[in-house]
Design a binder for this molecule. Sequence first.
Ligand code: ZN
Length: 177
Amino acid sequence: MTEEARQPKYPRRPNRWIKLWVNECLRGSIRFELQADERCVWYELLLMARESRTPGIIQATPGVPYPLTWVAHTLNITEELLERTLQRCQMTDRIALNGGSIQIVNWEKYQGASGPDGAGAEEGFVDKPKISKAQQRRNEMAIEKMRRKDEGLCEYCGSAGHASEKCENAESKRYVF
Ligand SMILES: [Zn+2]
């Protein structure tokens, strides 16, 4: 077999595993802060966060969250359990919901290659996605647009006084942030 033929067909992806910290999982505060079913969902959220294009943040694309129904469906759990877990994890500072995206708060500390054990560095874990200022701005604008929509505000200017289609910006599709 030639050297070339031994190469894997696809390059190894750096998102194939997560770290579960033995002492923290067995004896840490998670044991009494989350119920058994919530702990299971928490660990599966870590898996989803690892697979994300922006490791540590569960979202469709930067700044665009998945609907919670989709997340619940993906994990085949009830929305009640998902919401209960998210709520409990927010209360205990495990996650933060940024515009609906699920962010694992201490991701880099526990899952990053630069964590105390350095594990993952050999697989090329890169946990800090390079997002340009312009992309960051676009993400923030996308989140703001969704917030306006959710709250029934004009999507163009954010006003509560008129519907989007009545906005003076509607014709030119000009968004004011
Ligand atoms: Zn308007």
